[in-house]
Design a protein around this ligand. Structure first.
Ligand code: S3P
Length: 189
């Protein structure tokens, strides 16, 4: 993927524990943009948690909801959007992301052991369906890596504070392209 000259949205990708929600919230705040987490969009829409959807309807049903939610929300402007870790496995989603204008896809990278440790440190660790499947974790991680690496930009997050990751994100996006405000009153960086 080649970075657009101006961007109006940032899409964060990466495995569970990459920090997509934390970094996304802070990045959006720095830009004066909105932040959305696709998992939260799905939960609000269905009135169920991601864990409940996996348990009651199966992973395939969750993936279908995920593809739909991503399609609907990637047209918003002045937006930082965090995708779920497995969203990128969908070919439809990959093609959709590649076809978006004025969008920077940013991969938050870290080694698998760091990611797992971060997830386990979170209170809701036991509820993560994909984390519970320890044997499948490495397989999923390896299968997704080539797709994550296809992002416009990658930031290695291990050992960095969230603030440092946000600073790097602003710097590396800003080097390649300009942030473009879609609304009046939003400062153009
Ligand atoms: C998943 C990651 C989760 C969530 C679901 C499946 C995955 O999102 O979408 O539990 O397949 O890796 P986060 O990456 O935001 O934790």
């Amino acid at each position: 993927m080649s970075l657009p000259r101006t961007i109006r949205r940032v899409v964060l990708i990466g495995f569970m524990g990459a920090g997509k929600s934390t970094i996304g919230t802070m990045l959006a705040q720095s830009l004066g943009w909105d932040f959305l987490d696709v998992d939260n969009v799905i939960e609000s829409r269905t009135g169920m948690t991601v864990t409940q959807i996996f348990a009651q309807q199966g992973e395939a049903a969750f993936r279908a909801l995920e593809v739909e939610a991503i399609r609907e929300h990637t047209f918003r402007e002045s937006l930082v959007l965090a995708l779920g870790g497995g969203a990128i496995e969908s070919e439809a989603t990959r093609e959709h992301l590649a076809g978006l204008n004025r969008t920077c896809v940013l991969f938050l990278d870290a080694p698998l052991d760091v990611l797992v440790a971060r997830c386990l440190a979170q209170p809701a660790a036991a509820e993560r369906p994909v984390l519970a499947d320890r044997e499948g974790l490495m397989r999923r991680f390896q299968a997704r890596l080539p797709y994550y690496r296809d992002a416009h930009l990658t930031i290695e997050t291990a050992g960095l504070t969230p603030q440092a990751v946000v600073s790097r994100a602003l710097e590396s996006i800003g080097k390649g392209c300009a942030f473009e405000a879609a609304r009046e009153g939003v400062p153009i960086r």
